[in-house]
Write a protein that binds this ligand. Sequence first.
Ligand code: GUN
Ligand code: ZN
Length: 648
Amino acid sequence: MFELRHRDAMGRLGTLEAGGRRMETPALLPVVSPKLQKIKLRELREMGFEGVITNSYLIHRDEGLREKALKGGVHRLLDYDGLVMTDSGSYQLYEYGRVEIGAREIVEFQDAIGTDIGVILDIPTPPDVTRERALAELEETLSRAQESVGVERRCLLAGTVQGSTHPDLREESARRMGSLGFDLHPIGGVVPLMEAYRFRDLADVILRSKLRLPPERPVHLFGCGHPMIFSFAAALGCDLFDSAAYALYAKDGRYMTPEGTLRLEEMYTLPCTCPVCSRYEAQELRAMDIGEREVELARHNLYASLQEIKRVRQAIHEGSLWALVEQRARSHPRLLEALTAALGYEVLERSDPVTKGSPFFYSGEESLQRPEVRRHFLRLRELDTQGRELVLLPEGRRSPGPASGKKYHICRASPVFGVVPQELEDVYPLGSYEGPSPPTGAQVGFMQAAVAAYAKGFGHVHTHSSLDLGIGETFEDPAGFGPGDVETKLRGMADYQFGRGAGRLLVRRIRVEWARTGRMRRLYSGKKLLATVRASDGFYVLGMEGAKRLLGLPAPRNRVVVDKEAGEFVGAGRNAFAKFVRAADPEIRPHQEVLVVDGDDSLLATGRALLNGPEMLAFRRGIAVRVRHGLRDEEGEAQGGEGDDDPG
Ligand code: GUN
Ligand code: ZN
């Protein structure tokens, strides 16, 4: 019921299906009132909202609404044919301390009125309560969860993660909720954090929940309705948002923008081009009667929210979500500090694609902590530099210059990626990044630390005099370092991409085909294609012969094991679906080139992973590996498989 189509950071562009209705994610579900809704749902639908959320407890409590909903269903009650999610009354529990309904009863009621997604009656524990209280309420929520999943129903059911601000309880809550048969998981009890701009605590809550939740289930962030944090929450892996903020803010004369909130009374103009802001000037809105003004403001707030959701989707599609998050983090210091803290969590790197459609743009100090940079340092360790001398050049010295070879390992000191070996100059993201010139003081400090750490692995270090690093012997003229050779470069690229040892397996007795641009294009062994060097990101796209060679790396490296019944299709060049994956290298990252094998480790195909290793085992829907070549797909091989396809 959830299918992932594109991804960036931990953000996911996907499709959620419930009750025969489909919704694109990330999505915002406006909170609608069954009774006092001022903007009609038909209009919400026309604006582009594919789903809404309403409160089943309020419907249940009102006899008229209850009868109508039981008779005609909640969609008819709301006059809406999109996806309807219902909350359970937990919020009333939080506000008033009690509700007049049982945990099982409210789930049965939600199903009876035909909701598409129901929610259990969880206990929203506020932040900062004692561990004892948080634990006791969590146990109660889990016991209700257990009772609720047992209810026979047609709707999807959401099991809320609680645990207050106790990191271990959030993790435990996520792990135990995840072990029950829910379809998706809201993260609850976070509204007070957002109201107080405690985004760092919010990030901790989200990431600890994501760490333990099953990756194939969508995650909903309860009460998150400000466009300023959509990109951040999406980058941390939230798929759904809901909020009444558009209406509450409007009532209070507040105008939402992706950079923050403005007060209508203080506005000179309406800096937006939605239908409301195109039609009226700030002065005219202020002059309206209060009810009409509230509705127009709510409309604008909805347009502004939806626009930001769409921007997040576009950023995921093109691989620029971190850049968007970094921009938005400039809107408020609490958000910037939260981003910096969040980038310290290792879990981010596991979902971040290894290659993206957008170049890496440095936009501030926190760019240096992005997963792309951290991964680069991890991958550098895969290079085989034994017995070679390190030569350090300044950033500006790209080719032509000396090339790495058997004797010298030539690197640029980079104020964005620390160390860039000459072997990897064309490989993503090292081949296409942009930073300010001259670099900032923070970048120089970062570069110096990175170079010093890298240099420790070498017996001999030669440093260009302009670098002023205080490491090794200095030199003026790099011309003496060489000669370089193509094999060293090709092997370095293979080790960086597939792991240490890959270069020696893949690059032996080869013939290189060059492009007219002077770049390497294809590697052959005799007439057989080993790999294509993809022009867009410098990564190898394997031919079957190259893939066979990489089977020389010990299992499970780079491997996806599929079921017998799928083997035949995959061998014929069809995609490998997640439901047929039996095992996968846990180190596989999204968009990595992988080997598809059968249970005996015989090669079936090669292709691009769309999921990381653990996700391949968890997902039951969608493609795990987009296959380029299968065992019995000679035609594809003969064509050479350029593989510059859509990165999704
Ligand atoms: N709405 C806002 N926060 C919460 C929460 O923690 N649980 C539920 N069920 N609804 C919410
Ligand atoms: Zn507007």
